[in-house]
Design a protein around this ligand. Structure first.
Ligand code: G1P
Length: 290
């Protein structure tokens, strides 16, 4: 079985739910506590053993390339002022040269199309997909849980799922299971953004996948689905005829940071958990709820 070494992070989305900020700030660059959303998600991927990151970008997303690069003037200034703690942190979090590739999606044809754009860089090996809108606060991390399940199932396709809040299934991809025994179950189907009342279960696809490279062939021919877009869910449903797919109900808390309230919750929750900020954050926030 091949090891999961590469990850695709689709970051070309317009972020319409985060307007007006997303007009000129890539939504993936919005900060959660003190670092951009994309930084949290990259750290999760790295902790899972990912060695190469493919960012599928689009117009107006250039700040991400600068973020994952040296900022020589800033580093020199921090060095001159002896601000070594923050300098060391900045340098430790930088990917090494050659570990990130950027590929432009060029047109907003949907998540399936975005993943397909990474095909040449991924090549013929299993890979992870992380949707950067979703902060998945978990220990071990959500991607690590997905890769462990991948190893346990001898190399199927793994999709992290979680129970959907009532009445929200139409916003997500929803999976159908072949019975439920524990957290890891074989899937029998999935549907993207089902009409209200038609969803096959209450488990939604929450933003981390481990997929086999055969998905690229399917993405090439799959018809446009929900919203007139090329949907990753439709391609996976098609590939399910040839390869096993498993849903893992992961252990952790998800914050949908593509949404204003989800993003706000992530900021508060992660600040409260930080050893260096938690107590001060609690004191500062408490009067707002009094
Ligand atoms: C995408 C996926 C969907 C998944 C969701 C999670 O939808 O297509 O299956 O449930 O992300 O956020 P989008 O949010 O791009 O509409």
């Amino acid at each position: 079985m091949q090891r999961v070494r590469k990850a695709v992070l689709p970051v070309a989305g317009l972020g319409t739910r985060m307007l007006p900020a997303a007009k000129t700030v890539a939504k993936e660059m919005l900060t959660v506590v003190d670092r951009p959303l994309i930084h949290h998600v990259m750290s999760e991927a790295r902790a899972a053993g990912i060695e190469h990151f493919v960012l599928v970008t689009g117009r107006g997303k250039g700040a991400m390339e600068d973020y994952f690069d040296h900022h020589v003037e800033l580093e020199e200034t921090l060095r001159a002022k002896n601000k070594t703690a923050i300098l060391d942190e900045l340098l430790a979090d930088l990917p090494k040269a050659g570990e990130i590739s950027y590929v432009r999606q060029m047109a907003p044809h949907g998540l399936g199309h975005a993943v397909w754009c990474a095909r040449d860089i991924i090549g013929d090996e299993p890979f992870a997909v992380l949707l950067p809108d979703m902060i998945m606060d978990a220990e071990p991390g959500a991607t690590a849980q997905a890769i462990k399940a991948f190893e346990q199932t001898d190399g199927g396709n793994i999709i992290l799922v979680e129970p959907c809040p009532p009445g929200e299934a139409h916003k997500y991809g929803i999976v159908a299971l072949d019975g439920q025994d524990g957290r890891l179950n074989r899937m029998t189907g999935m549907v993207e953004k089902p009409a209200p009342g038609t969803e096959p279960s209450n488990l939604f696809i929450s933003g981390r996948y481990v997929l086999q490279p055969e998905i690229f062939k399917v993405l090439e021919t799959v018809e446009r689905g929900a919203g007139g877009e090329i949907q990753l869910t439709d391609a996976m449903a098609k590939l399910m005829g040839e390869q096993p797919f498993y849903a893992l109900e992961y252990e952790g808390t998800t914050y949908d940071c593509g949404d204003k309230i989800g993003w706000l919750r992530a900021n508060v929750a992660l600040a409260l958990k930080r050893p260096d900020l938690g107590e001060a954050a609690r004191r500062a926030l408490a009067p707002l709820f009094a």
